[in-house]
Design a protein around this ligand. Structure first.
Ligand SMILES: [Zn+2]
Length: 302
């Protein structure tokens, strides 16, 4: 269950226990406090006793009728997301969001999602790039697979990492990858992610491939070409060569629709040696894969 994301493996919030996904999202005393204030009475239910898979599926489905709030699934996913963001702020930015601030953010975002659901205005990524648009990951069409890829850059060390995930038309996880790249630019990190995803897809025999990344610049290079003298030109042509026998669509995704790849690219910093390939869902991804599969819309920019 260890995520190997903090140096000691200890919870960065309480410092008392090893930080598993469940600890970070539910069991840390500080986090329990948020859940209990969000929905009083949770302590008397099985909420804090379930294992992670049951916990997620219960709260996304059955839980709705069992708790007193009808909007629980949306509230649950939103709260988990914000609790995770808070955890990352502590780890990466050394800043702490109070319980009250956390609760306020959760209620605000749930309100915004419900407004949008009422109006039924799922705005597609391609059509609306403005702030406030709802962003969600979408399944590829039948007979296609989708590679979501991302690069991650650590400004302190000047090193990059990349990672990504392959999913089919039902949104089913096929495999994921993460890799440390050493010192290179942000753009090269993004393109390495795409190249590794493309190689993996081709090596598994896929021919209809959608490649999605949140770097608009990288996607533009792949669409429109790149100057020969550009430091990333070789990577762009490697990607093109790798995919030369495939049907390929290069797609720009918003960060919010690319979270699974984002998590993997961050994980890449901790991968030793060669690229790591995940054939089963790693623990730290489960929540975000669930997110995408239930297509809960996230409000852009929050
Ligand atoms: Zn803790």
């Amino acid at each position: 269950m260890r995520r190997h994301m903090t140096n000691e493996g200890q919870c960065p919030v309480c410092g008392l226990e090893e930080e598993t996904t469940l600890h970070a999202l539910r069991d840390c005393l500080d986090v329990q406090n948020v859940w209990n204030r969000l929905l009083p009475g949770l302590n008397d239910s099985n909420f804090f006793l379930m294992d992670i898979e049951l916990w997620i599926s219960w709260n996304l489905r059955t839980g709705a009728g069992d708790y007193s709030r009808e909007d629980w699934p949306i509230l649950f996913v939103t709260a988990a997301d914000i609790l995770w963001m808070r955890r990352n702020k502590i780890v990466f930015e050394q800043s702490f969001l109070s319980t009250t601030a956390c609760l306020k953010l959760i209620e605000e975002r749930v309100g915004a999602i419900q407004e949008s659901l009422k109006k039924n205005d799922y705005v597609s990524v391609e059509m609306n790039h403005s702030r406030g648009a709802l962003i969600r990951w979408r399944n590829p069409p039948q007979n296609w697979i989708k590679v979501n890829s991302d690069g991650s850059f650590n400004p302190e060390t000047g090193t990059a990492a990349c990672g990504g995930v392959l999913r089919d038309c039902y949104g089913t996880f096929m495999c994921a990858y993460a890799m440390r790249l050493g010192s290179c630019s942000i753009m090269q990190g993004e393109l390495w992610g795409i190249l590794q995803g493309a190689r993996l897809a081709v090596s598994r025999g896929f021919v209809n491939i959608i490649i999605e990344a949140d770097s608009l610049c990288a996607i533009r290079f792949l669409h429109y070409g790149i100057p020969r003298t550009h430091p990333s030109a070789a990577l762009v042509s490697s990607i093109k060569n790798t995919l030369s026998n495939c049907n390929v669509i290069f797609n720009h995704a918003f960060r919010e629709a690319n979270k699974v790849a984002d998590m993997l690219s961050k994980h890449g910093h901790e991968v030793e040696g060669e690229m790591k390939i995940f054939e089963v869902v790693p623990d730290f991804l489960s929540l975000y894969l669930f997110y995408d599969s239930v297509a809960v819309p996230l409000e852009r920019g929050m």
